[in-house]
Design a binder for this molecule. Structure first.
Ligand code: URA
Length: 242
């Protein structure tokens, strides 16, 4: 079922009858193989409700965004390869586990993407983090690379690219071009994102089909100012200044 805002669905544990669960707008589905949407759990929907609410102040916006970012990082890490790894427990019994063996780094798209750095550090201690600044060129009105600082061995790392809002995808696409020009294979890049537009995902999937996108929610679309709708406004302003 769909309402004016998108797909409406009962939210709650599967074992509970439909009549006992509230309905809410959940993420649009997409058919792109390279896109993973976080499970639309009661907690995720409640967290998104908090940060979308225009009456939510800065401190709460940061707190609830951080919880979603943590979920994105944990899910993103699940897409990296692991190897079998057997250990012994203090009881002298063996346990067949796994461990991650590669090297990773984060790359934030400034400014809003920097809000996701702490969530990555909370999961990956002493992780290297690079930055890319892309802004619209006043003369051509196209995105332009203004600054980048990336680990020199980035080509040997899995890269977690960070940007909370994927609108048209202009900056994120350019950021991926920069990473690829430094030797990072497309299929070693994971784009972590809170809210995406269908247009942005389409552009991404067309241009970089081997890159994996992990997002919390796909919204309805863009307005004429290229803001995501229903969205949450300007993420950077709400996280850093409002
Ligand atoms: N960036 C934002 O912060 N918000 C949008 O809606 C789109 C891009």
């Amino acid at each position: 079922a769909a309402n004016a805002n998108g797909r409406s669905q009962c939210v709650g544990p599967e074992y509970r009858p439909e009549g006992q669960k509230p309905t809410a707008t959940v993420s649009t589905e997409v058919h792109f193989d390279n896109v993973t949407i976080l499970p639309q759990t009661p907690q995720l929907i409640a967290l998104l409700t908090m940060i979308r609410d225009r009456d939510t102040g800065r401190a709460d916006f940061i707190f609830y965004s951080n919880r979603i970012i943590r979920l994105l990082v944990e899910e993103g890490l699940n897409h990296l390869p692991v190897r079998s790894h057997a250990i012994s427990t203090p009881l002298g019994t063996s346990y067949d586990g796994v461990r991650f063996e590669g090297k990773i780094c984060g790359v934030s798209i400034m400014r809003a993407g920097e809000s996701m750095e702490q969530g990555l550090r909370d999961c990956c201690r002493s992780v290297r983090i690079g930055k890319i600044l892309i802004q619209r060129d006043e003369e051509t009105s196209k995105p332009k690379l203004f600054y980048d600082k990336l680990p020199e061995d980035i080509a040997e790392r899995w890269v977690l690219l960070l940007d909370p809002m994927l609108a048209t995808g202009g900056s994120a696409l350019m950021a991926v071009d920069v990473l690829k020009s430094r030797g990072v294979p497309e299929d070693h890049i994971l784009f972590l994102n809170l809210i995406a537009s269908p247009e942005g995902l389409e552009n991404f999937s067309q241009k970089f089909p081997k890159l994996r996108v992990v997002t919390a929610f796909i919204d309805q679309g863009l307005n004429d100012k290229k803001y995501i709708v229903p969205g949450l406004g300007d993420f950077g302003d709400r996280f850093y200044t409002m």
